[in-house]
Design a protein around this ligand. Structure first.
Ligand code: 5AD
Ligand code: SF4
Length: 439
């Protein structure tokens, strides 16, 4: 028997990519690959790239430059680029870095086995098509192997919103939803493999409108159907757009116990002028009113958001409006980024904010957000939460998992097993986690 070939996947960016990397590893498993955790001993290296922020393409080219010498040490080594940079750059990648054997866009991962065969013959393989037919073919996982208790499940891809700063509608294409029957089948399959919690993924997940038995289903309807899957105890979804939070989805937060009290709902800015320039088609006020309705449905919900600071033409007053909005909402988590130009997007043509000014704003915003995050985490002390056990901790008898609010919780003297859901009382808040005792 020949030794298995080793596959090293380096994943950048969002949870969609983490999910896709798992599927790529499964697809290549059929070609005799096992995963390894270092590039040094790999027979194939795949960079699963992200294009959403930073100078993504340049970073990929410099990473490829660093990997190239490994080919001299191992002449059988193949290097591939996947993900959004692969989609955006296409053939250019092989032209600029001839050490690359394979370029595959996010819609073509199901073709990886045949592409692998091709590159093993010494050819190169490129596939960045947007297929019309089964866009989710590449996501079909091979059932069997046991999975960790919390899994991602992609239900929707692409985006039609065209925020002026964002490259997703160009790299991931138009919004497409996966038929509900397929999602439900995959959920049942995941449960059989040990999964108890799914996070439904999509770039614009609450715009979901997959085919159901009686016409298209909304995300709320899909969640209600998933909640009936035996053994599936917890449901989350991300990322959502404020304009797609319909009444039924808001109601589901109050009515479906399996739907966890946590919502990532990016607003990007607190200034109406900037929101308009971002093509967000909501205002700060409409967003705040929306949060009021969500909190009325589920008062203990923890909110999370994304912010861009230093968007072109952002003034001090615009930035202060963002700070005010953050103070009003008090996010349990929030992610803030300095604006960076994505070529080809409408905002790329506009005048940039001075880099030092943008840096200073980012620091102030992050300090405010971190303060709230800690405050909310500290306020959990003394409260009873449920924890899905995901792994053993470093110390004897300690188990680790996530609460319904997505806080990491360490449980002392715990006899529960991975995959169990246990009720505990929070005893202490540390910087990035909570400690708990069994009730
Ligand atoms: N510059 C900075 N941040 C960006 N994001 C998307 N595009 C850009 C950009 N050009 C951020 C948004 C989005 C998150 C995933 O990444 O806040 O919600
Ligand atoms: Fe990008 Fe806006 Fe679509 Fe989110 S909603 S993926 S930020 S275009």
């Amino acid at each position: 028997m020949t030794a298995p070939k080793k596959l090293f996947i380096k994943t950048y960016g969002c949870q969609m990519n983490v999910y896709d990397s798992e599927r790529m590893a499964e697809a290549l498993g059929g070609q005799g690959y096992v995963e390894t955790s270092t590039a040094d001993d790999a027979d194939m290296i795949l960079l699963n790239t992200c294009h959403i922020r930073e100078k993504a393409a340049e970073k990929v080219y410099s990473e490829l430059g660093r990997l190239k010498p490994l080919k001299e040490l191992n002449p059988d080594l193949k290097i591939g680029v996947a993900g959004c940079v692969a989609q955006a750059e296409g053939e250019e990648i092989m032209r600029r870095q001839p050490a690359v054997d394979l370029v595959v866009g996010p819609q073509s991962y199901h073709r990886l086995p045949e592409m692998e065969t091709k590159i093993r013959k010494g050819e190169t393989a490129l596939d960045t098509d947007f297929p019309e037919e089964d866009k989710f073919e590449h996501l079909k996982s091979r059932p069997k192997a046991k999975r960790a208790p919390a899994a991602f499940l992609t239900v929707q891809e692409g985006c039609d919103k065209f925020c002026a700063f964002c490259v997703v509608p160009y790299t991931r294409g138009a919004e497409v939803s996966r038929p509900a029957s397929r999602v439900l089948q995959e959920a049942r399959d995941l449960v059989e493999r040990g999964v108890r919690e799914v996070t439904l993924l999509g770039q614009n997940v609450n715009a979901y409108h997959g085919a159901g038995d009686a016409g298209d289903m909304t995300l709320a309807q899909l969640i209600r159907a998933l909640a009936k899957v035996d053994g599936l105890e917890r449901i989350r979804y991300t990322t959502s757009h404020p304009n797609d939070m319909d009444d039924d989805l808001i109601a589901a937060h109050g009515e479906v116990p399996e739907l966890m009290p946590y919502l990532h709902l990016p607003v990007q800015s607190g200034s109406d002028r900037i929101l308009k320039r971002m093509n967000r088609s909501h205002t700060a006020d409409s967003y705040l009113r929306l949060l009021e309705r969500i909190r009325a449905a589920r008062p203990d919900i923890i909110l999370s958001g994304d912010f861009i600071v230093g968007f072109p033409e952002e003034t001090d007053a615009d930035f202060e409006a963002t700070m005010d909005l953050v103070r009003e909402v008090k996010y349990g988590y929030a992610y803030s980024f300095k604006y960076s130009t994505r070529p080809g997007t409408p905002a790329a043509e506009r005048a940039l904010v001075d880099a030092d000014v943008a840096d200073a704003r980012l620091q102030r915003l992050q300090a405010l957000i971190t303060g709230h995050q800690r405050e909310i985490q500290n306020s959990m002390v003394g409260r009873d939460v449920s924890v899905l056990i995901e792994r053993a901790g470093r110390e004897a008898g300690q188990m680790l998992g996530k609460s319904e609010y997505l806080h990491s919780v360490h449980i002392e003297n715990c006899t529960a097993q991975i995959g169990d859901i246990v009720n505990v009382r929070i005893a202490e808040a540390k910087t990035n986690s909570l400690t708990a005792r069994h009730l």
